[in-house]
Design a protein around this ligand. Structure first.
Ligand SMILES: NC(=O)c1ccc[n+]([C@@H]2O[C@H](COP(=O)([O-])OP(=O)(O)OC[C@H]3O[C@@H](n4cnc5c(N)ncnc54)[C@H](O)[C@@H]3O)[C@@H](O)[C@H]2O)c1
Length: 335
């Protein structure tokens, strides 16, 4: 996999040097949403004033991560005569990042793109790793491609306008990195969660940097998701089942993943000997982060888990913990 830089700081949207370094043609095409554009499109367009710049607005929401909206991106690229040297720019959360990346992967068999994630979820997770895609009416993320961006520009200042619930949802993924990979980072999170919730710049920067570094390391080892990368699904088998069982109406992604991580921790205690102390540390940190609120009982979660993309030969695969900071793949829960 080709390496690419991830820039993390405040006010990077106005850094013309960064964008100039990674845009190779004379055209750019920004994909965003109206609410995000009202806040950040002006400053980004000013930064890109030396390029021919077109913009498309995608309506907000997961339901619009679909082939019809994706097709509109392609149509505008053709109508506005964008050449193979164009650069697409994803200005928004994971919905915009996934769709823009997939449009870049397909347009003229692949053009460059830059991720400019504006949600915490997108900064610590979806903007890194090159998984791009859209939903099919029958299942989420069923159409897609691996296509890595030229760079990722994380402007932490954009997080100040993010609704609190979306911010907290992103923290679930940050906690996940500590759990699967780095016990010291998990301990650091236990000591600094309040500062992160207050959006203290230094604490938030470290949390984003460490999360991005762990994801980048894992993806570099296993870009195509054959082994190591699956550890990133810790809490996601249950999380996706919860989201699906509640028709994606009740939980934000990170909120469902938090419940999933709690369930996976309990299973890890039973099947991998995760200590009771570790199980309660996990639950405590998730609660202190504002997660694990308003649980709902789903009677038949197992049938939803069977539909998971990660199911292999009819068996649902779980990522479990041996201890905090050390995850393994576990195929069969009866063993
Ligand atoms: N490709 C991957 O590896 C990967 C990983 C995790 C999640 N995802 C995908 O990411 C998507 C979820 O991403 P998300 O959580 O960022 O949701 P999202 O993109 O829907 O954004 C959440 C909401 O926040 C708004 N918003 C975004 N930035 C804002 C800002 N700075 N200020 C104010 N409002 C802002 C958006 O308009 C939207 O209403 C899902 O489609 C999921 O499948 C992909």
């Amino acid at each position: 996999m080709k390496a690419y830089p991830v820039y993390i700081d405040n006010h990077l949207l106005s850094s013309s040097e960064i964008f100039q370094k990674h845009i190779h043609g004379h055209q750019v095409f920004i994909v965003t949403q109206k609410n995000i554009a009202e806040l950040y499109l002006g400053v980004l367009q000013k930064t890109l004033q030396d390029y021919h710049c077109d913009v498309i607005f995608i309506p907000e929401g997961e339901k619009n991560k679909n082939i019809f909206e994706w097709q509109k991106i392609i149509e505008q690229l053709i109508l506005k005569h964008h050449e193979r040297s164009t650069t697409l720019i994803a200005l928004g959360g994971g919905v915009i990042g996934d769709m823009t990346g997939f449009a870049a992967a397909c347009y003229q068999r692949g053009v460059n793109y830059i991720q400019v994630p504006t949600t915490l979820m997108a900064q610590v997770d979806s903007s890194i790793g090159g998984k791009t895609g859209i939903n099919h009416p029958l299942a989420k993320n069923m159409l897609g491609a691996f296509h890595q961006p030229q760079c990722v520009v994380m402007d932490m200042a954009t997080l100040t306008t993010l609704p609190e619930r979306e911010f907290v949802s992103g923290i679930a993924e940050i906690i996940k990195y500590g759990l699967i990979w780095d016990a010291d980072f998990f301990s650091w999170l236990e000591n600094n969660i309040q500062l992160i919730l207050e959006k203290n710049s230094a604490a938030l920067k470290y949390a984003i940097e460490r999360s991005a570094a762990i994801k980048m390391h894992i993806v570099a080892e296993d870009e195509r998701d054959h082994g190591l990368r699956q550890l990133l699904n810790f809490g996601h088998t249950f999380g996706h089942a919860l989201e699906s069982a509640t028709n994606y109406q009740t939980f934000l992604h990170g909120e469902a993943v938090a419940f999933g991580m709690k369930m996976a921790a309990e299973l890890s205690h039973r099947h991998q000997g995760l200590s009771v102390d570790d199980v309660s540390r996990i639950e405590n940190l998730l609660k202190r982060a504002g997660l694990l609120q308003n649980p709902v009982e789903i009677p038949d979660l197992m049938s939803y888990m069977k539909r998971d993309k990660k199911t292999q030969k009819g068996e649902t695969q779980f990522i479990l913990l041996k201890k905090i900071g050390s995850a393994i793949r576990h195929q069969n829960l009866s063993s």
